[in-house]
Ligand binder design. Structure first.
Ligand SMILES: NC(=O)c1ccc[n+]([C@@H]2O[C@H](COP(=O)([O-])OP(=O)(O)OC[C@H]3O[C@@H](n4cnc5c(N)ncnc54)[C@H](OP(=O)(O)O)[C@@H]3O)[C@@H](O)[C@H]2O)c1
Length: 226
């Protein structure tokens, strides 16, 4: 696929390099041509680099790494995003003492409201940059979840395939509203990594286990609670 990276910092550079290694065409965007080209030089694999406008025009899928900045401020014309898949990997800033307020609107929903014609998908926000250093192998041996939420099912499936390409176990998380939970998980994992000092190779995944052969605890009874 043709992938445009909007903001080629830690996340943009890492994912772009990995996707290019898997044969995708990647254009690294930055605020300056020099920065975009420098990242492409490091990435190799026929990647290109330039300003964010060029990356946005190039990609059918765009990876948006610029936290809390309205695309109107990043691109000269947001019409270039119309109909494209925009992957949002952003997490909230870490507040003092990890005292996060409840999430009433996710960063992803806010971004979608700023660019209504885009097919917005939340993904890649529950793992640290360091984890990508393990991709695609040995990462794929660990069945690490990449949670994917977005209202457009086809867009979600495309992003799940992109996650699978680089060694993740994609998990369909339904509509974009669920990005609130994914961003909550992003907050949680950073608390584990930094607050609880587990380090950047800690991550969150869902596991589906084989059912018990015998329900020796009596099994689940009808409950009066929801
Ligand atoms: N790093 C992680 O481990 C990790 C993991 C999961 C999710 N995330 C989330 O991913 C997002 C990006 O993180 P990162 O570590 O990649 O950050 P980063 O290395 O600081 O990169 C951020 C990018 O944003 C661009 N940028 C910043 N302000 C801008 C502005 N006003 N206009 C245009 N571009 C601007 C920078 O552009 P230039 O290149 O032009 O300077 C840079 O490429 C954050 O929301 C973070 O919470 C990070």
């Amino acid at each position: 696929m043709k992938i445009g990276i909007i903001g080629s910092g830690n996340m943009g550079r890492s994912l772009g390099i990995l996707w290019a290694e898997q044969g995708h065409q990647v254009y690294f965007g930055a605020r300056t041509t020099e920065k975009g080209k420098a990242v492409a030089d490091i990435a190799g694999n026929s990647t290109q680099g330039g300003i964010n406008d060029e990356a946005a025009a190039f990609g059918e899928v765009l990876f948006y790494t610029i936290r809390g900045v309205n695309p109107q401020e990043v691109l000269s014309d947001i019409e270039v995003l119309s109909g494209k898949i925009l992957i949002d990997c952003n997490n909230f800033e870490i507040p003092e003492g990890f005292a996060y307020p409840p999430i009433e609107q996710s960063l992803a929903e806010k971004l979608a409201s700023e660019v209504p014609k885009v097919r917005l998908v939340k993904a890649f926000n529950t793992m640290a940059q360091e984890l990508f250093e393990l991709a695609p192998t040995p990462l794929k041996d660990y069945s690490v979840s990449c949670f994917v939420a977005g209202d457009d099912e086809e867009a979600r499936n495309i992003v799940m395939k992109l996650a699978e390409d680089i060694g993740f176990n994609p998990v369909d998380c339904g509509g974009l509203r669920n990005a609130r939970m994914l961003e909550g998980m992003g907050n949680f994992i950073r608390f584990m990594i930094i607050g609880q000092k587990l380090g950047s190779y800690a991550t969150v995944s869902v596991n589906v286990l084989p059912p018990a052969q015998q329900e020796r605890l009596g099994g689940r009874k009808v409950s009066s609670l929801n």
